[in-house]
Design a binder for this molecule. Structure first.
Ligand SMILES: [Fe+2]
Length: 207
């Protein structure tokens, strides 16, 4: 199911210089960070086009993660998705996350974990899980089509596992702006075909 039809813009953020945008995010990161507060900020303000250029990096056949801002509470990055790129199925560790489309479109496939054979590996401090299961049962929930001006896609404590695709047949690059709280440096990815999960480092391509 697609939650947003193309062309039906719900919001039109005000374009501001990158420094202003980051300043606003920093101020929010110093208070109580809620899903709603950051959502409202991101549908109200965007980085002006000329300032976004410096964060763009295109590499064939994979998406790039380009740092805009990070402190202890929050990180903001621009992700560039060539046509046909797809993330592994991954979890956000119960983070809050917001994705705002700048250009093109992306399909988010949401999943929920039912069970695995290493549940004790979730009993660890500071991480969602040590990973290492060899049997994983996962339910695919709905999909969300994300477009500029549409509702933001979010992750939260109840919807934390997904995969993001820029479909080959769309034949166009996509650019999205992501905010996460708190920042994380690794996440668990799932290979359902092989019935394996493992922890993968997350790095910026450009910072
Ligand atoms: Fe994600």
């Amino acid at each position: 199911m697609e939650s947003q039809k193309e062309g039906a813009a719900l919001h039109a953020p005000v374009s501001v210089p990158a420094e202003t945008f980051v300043g606003g995010l920093r101020a929010l990161s110093e208070g109580v960070i809620t899903k709603q507060a950051i959502y409202e900020y991101l549908v109200s303000y965007e980085i002006r086009a000329e300032d976004l250029e410096r964060y763009k990096l295109w590499v064939p056949d994979r998406h790039t993660r380009n740092k805009i801002f990070r402190n202890e509470m929050i990180e903001c990055m621009l992700i560039c998705w060539p046509a046909g790129t797809v993330t592994p199925l991954h979890t956000h560790n119960g983070q809050l996350g917001w994705m705002s489309m700048i250009e093109g479109k992306l399909l988010v496939e949401n999943y929920r974990k039912i069970d695995c054979n290493r549940p004790e590996n979730q009993q660890v401090v500071g991480l969602d899980c040590l990973a290492g299961a060899t049997r994983i049962e996962m339910n695919q929930l709905g999909t969300e089509l994300c477009v500029p001006g549409g509702p933001l896609n979010t992750v939260d404590k109840t919807q934390t596992i997904h995969r993001i695709r820029n479909l080959t047949e769309w034949n166009r690059p996509a650019i999205s702006l992501h905010v996460y709280s708190r920042p994380i440096d690794s996440c668990v990815v799932f290979d359902l075909e092989a019935q394996r999960c493992f922890r993968r480092d997350l790095k910026y391509d450009n910072e």
